[in-house]
Design a protein around this ligand. Structure first.
Ligand code: HEM
Length: 493
């Protein structure tokens, strides 16, 4: 293993967290007996391996496992599902920035908030970690060919086919359609009033992702969106999808009802795929589904209907609630941080080529990441700081903890978009979209959507200051959302 991604195909350098330095010799890292605990904010500790991005190496050494909460696994699972941010905050405060969580079927989970260790895990090579196994919960909904569930060569094959659809020339078209949809939805808002803006963002995000994936809306679209929403509404509880609860009971259990709705949605998906395959104008169409039907891998093999269905479902699911939640957090952060209002309005009015708006979005995704953790299953022993995690363990990288690390972000509790204004000397660990070869495939689209929609909203409306407390961080399905639905007082500018 030479610490390189070359040979993995044409994945861009941006798909990696940062360049991997040659791994230090194993003996260097074995060292004397390490301390058992990592205080989460101790500066010397954060220095361990910082920014080396050392690759994980399989090694037979002393296995030092991290400490963690001693509560029974069922109790920890409840805490985690009810309050994922509080759970990792309490764990890190008590046990350090790498701690053991007794979650999942084996209970062998290490929550990692230490930035150096996260860099190591994200920079790991496909033969060192897997993600598909850890995402198995979603299998009944997204299907076995979903990008989320694939690993190794199959994952790379699908990623290589999908990536070009979200890059380059497609962007001008995305920009225009997001503008059009945002203008349409925002022009329907009242002159003033207190509104849960998350509803607006949800409408926009669903319309955007369906047009990106399938092209301009036609007569079939309302039924398709309704069937999709019905499936989403039943996929909310992790208990519905947990293997132990996957019992249909004649279609009467939550899982059985979900399967019925999923079958109805699949029928509509297959009609879309079939009609697209028969479309004589396929080559002129700009939507992702048409691109996927026309695409072939390096052996000239195209995607089967089942594979197309699974990627379609995956992208629709991964690409709408996340963007709506990111936008909701951005207005919530503005509501609570009115010192940003003046530079933000100047920016949306065109004063600085949107530099402050972009920095504001980055800071919002830093303080309020939409996805709390990224999981990787270890195939080799991972030496992370003073710990050695054996194969089979799950590395649960906490985006929430990493973004609050004072070594990366001085005064992390302060909302300061200026951190991201150029020139930024050294980019801190900013991972709301994950990293490495699993980094979010929709990142550029999501950033574009946040920029265009916020600009369209703020160039017409003011978000009034509000001295209410910051919104509680809630969990909905598998993402972090403002508990108050981003309720804001708006008034026409
Ligand atoms: C603000 C919006 C979004 C956020 C915060 C977000 C965040 C993430 C994160 C954290 C991951 C996991 C990365 C990792 O494990 O390293 C991910 C993966 C993924 N995201 Fe997003 N995402 C967003 C929008 C989108 C959009 C718009 C799409 C689709 C067009 C999308 C499609 C995907 C897919 C397919 C994956 C799996 C990638 C793989 O396994 O190779 N996401 N996203």
């Amino acid at each position: 293993m030479d610490g390189s991604f070359r040979g993995e195909g044409d994945l861009s350098a941006r798909d990696r967290v940062r360049t991997v330095a040659p791994p230090p010799a194993i003996a260097d890292r074995a060292g004397p007996a390490p301390p058992r605990r990592l205080p989460s904010v101790e500066p010397q500790r954060r220095g361990i391996g910082r920014r080396t991005g050392a690759a994980l190496l399989d090694d037979v050494g002393t296995v030092a496992l991290p400490d963690g909460p001693s509560e029974p696994d069922w109790w920890q699972a409840i805490q985690w599902f009810r309050d994922p941010v509080g759970y990792v905050e309490r764990g890190a405060a008590a046990h350090g920035s790498i701690f053991r969580a007794r979650l999942g079927p084996t209970g062998k989970v290490a929550v990692i908030g230490d930035p150096a260790a996260i860099r190591q895990v994200l920079d790991a090579r496909p033969e060192e970690v897997r993600m598909g196994d850890a995402n198995g919960l979603f299998r009944p909904v997204v299907g076995s060919s979903s990008l989320l569930l694939l690993d190794g060569n199959e994952h790379l094959r699908h990623r290589r086919i999908l990536l070009p659809m979200f890059r380059g020339a497609a962007f001008q078209r995305f920009l225009e359609l997001i503008r059009e949809i945002a203008d349409r939805e925002i022009s329907a808002l009242p002159e003033r009033g207190e509104l849960p803006l998350r509803r607006l963002f949800d409408q926009i995000a669903v319309a955007v992702i369906f047009e990106v994936m399938l092209g301009p809306a036609d007569s079939r679209r309302p039924a398709l969106i309704a069937a999709f929403r019905a499936v989403m509404a039943l996929s909310g509880s992790p208990f519905t999808l947990t293997p132990q609860f996957r019992k249909s009971l004649g279609g009467l259990s939550p899982y059985g009802r979900l399967m019925r709705r999923l079958a109805a949605l699949d029928r509509l998906f297959l009609i879309e795929i079939e009609s697209r395959r028969l479309d004589p104008a396929l080559a002129d169409r700009c939507d992702v589904l048409s691109g996927l039907i026309a695409a072939t891998d390096s052996h000239g093999v195209g995607l089967a209907d089942r594979e197309l269905r699974d990627q379609l479902m995956t992208l629709l699911m991964a690409g709408h609630e996340t963007s709506a939640a990111g936008l909701s957090w951005a207005v919530e952060r503005l509501r609570c941080n009115q010192h940003c209002l003046e530079p933000l309005l100047a920016s949306v009015d065109g004063a600085d080529k949107l530099a402050y708006l972009e920095a504001f979005i980055r800071e919002s995704l830093r303080q309020r990441p939409v996805v709390g953790v990224m999981v990787r299953k270890l195939l080799v022993t991972a030496h992370l700081g003073p710990y050695s995690l054996p194969p089979g363990w799950i590395a649960m990288n906490s985006i929430v903890l990493a973004h609050r690390d004072p070594g990366e972000y001085p005064e992390p509790e302060r909302f300061r978009p200026e951190r991201f204004l150029p020139p930024v000397k050294e980019m801190p660990l900013w991972i709301p979209f994950g990293g490495g070869i699993r980094r979010c495939i929709g990142m550029a689209l999501a950033e574009l959507e946040m920029r265009v929609v916020l600009r369209a909203l703020l160039s017409r409306y003011l978000i009034e200051p509000d001295d209410r407390l910051a919104a509680k961080i809630g969990r909905e399905r598998f993402i972090l959302v403002p508990g108050d639905h981003a309720r804001c007082q708006i008034s026409r500018r």
